[in-house]
Design a protein around this ligand. Sequence first.
Ligand code: NAD
Length: 441
Amino acid sequence: MSQHHANPASPAHPAATTHALPSYLQADHLGPWGIYLQQVDRVTPYLGHLARWAETLKRPKRALIVDVPIQLDNGTVAHFEGYRVQHNTSRGPGKGGVRFHQDVTLSEVMALSAWMSIKNAAVNVPYGGAKGGIRVDPKTLSRGELERLTRRYTSEIGIIIGPTKDIPAPDVNTNEQVMAWMMDTYSMNEGATATGVVTGKPIDLGGSLGRREATGRGVYTVGVEAAQHIGLDVSKARVAVQGFGNVGGIAGKLFAQAGARVVAVQDHGGTIYKESGLDVPALLAHVAAHGTVAGFTPAETLANDAFWDVDCDILIPAALEQQITKANAGRIKAKLVIEGANGPTTPEADDILQERNVLVLPDVIANAGGVTVSYFEWVQDFSSFFWSEDEINARLVRIMKEAFAGVWNVAQDHKVSLRTATFIVACKRILHARELRGLYP
Ligand code: NAD
């Protein structure tokens, strides 16, 4: 896609050397992709001579739209739209999750794939960035329909994924079982079992110990580091969590284990609150049984919008993007926001939080624990040699702490937010690889 527009933009040779971005790539309607483009613009002045390659970051390398027809249980045929986007592969194969959600769009998947490029570079795992999704509400499908949907989608994107090309993983509404079906479908088409084609698989199919908890554990690990830097005692902190699935549920559990009070939780079903702290293990069991935090006792029910007014020290958005906006950023009481979700804060909200001295630990580092253990899973699959959970958690914590320390120092040196600092570190790594590789042909 970028070859035709390959002349690098640089301060000396600005956009005159490139054609205008096509409308769906432009930032005028600030969806997730527009937000990402703004983030790149903010960081470009800090990239030194590598800024001449920054245009690369604004164009996904490859985007595939697929039709996914399946037979429903009632005998009719339904069509769903699926996507796989490989944003950048300068540093290694594409890597990123697959989302099943009724609001998935190409531009959302593009943004999520770009954030994967940034995230993988920020924690320095040897991957580019990719993402996939299907525009579907999986809650309306039976298990058989979901399996057929997953298998057909995998077959359709099979022409661009693979253990050395692009490695999907779970995201919103996809899980170990979906990864098992993806691995099986790809393997059947290849004629050989290819465990390394996806990560986040069940342990018995080459999955890694610790993967399920890894994103939440990473959120917790860097959250504690950040809290220390601003003199916040985690063991006394009040925590509010939006989204109590894989990421929010595990992060909430680990904060509670560290002594923090999880006072409010919101998910798609509603918002619950308890001043003295919710019983997190019991809440996790309630969610496992009922699919939502709604109806949990003992707890008060809050109006969803009141979630943003909750008196808390740490706020963990761990649901979907664009949740913290200019409408609610001024109301947030937390001193620390740890972005478990991808893209939960709009740029305007980011500015408001910064002005109010709220520290935002951005998604591109805060939720990188998942892809870090996905990387461990992939390495273990290639070597067919599996590590202990303690070993995995210790390596995860080391990588997350090192990445955080590097980003913190860059933020101090340049007097910029942690988001801009993470983008500086990551974009330099990606663009240095781009420069070393040069342009093909
Ligand atoms: P999940 O499906 O396990 O959980 C999603 C949670 O969000 C659920 O509790 C759901 O009820 C809640 N939710 C959905 N819509 C909501 C709404 N409108 N308001 C409030 N809550 C809502 O998904 P997950 O894997 O925990 O992912 C959550 C976020 O973390 C996503 O942004 C995802 O991209 C990101 N993320 C996930 C991983 C991972 O390893 N799972 C890694 C990195 C980032």
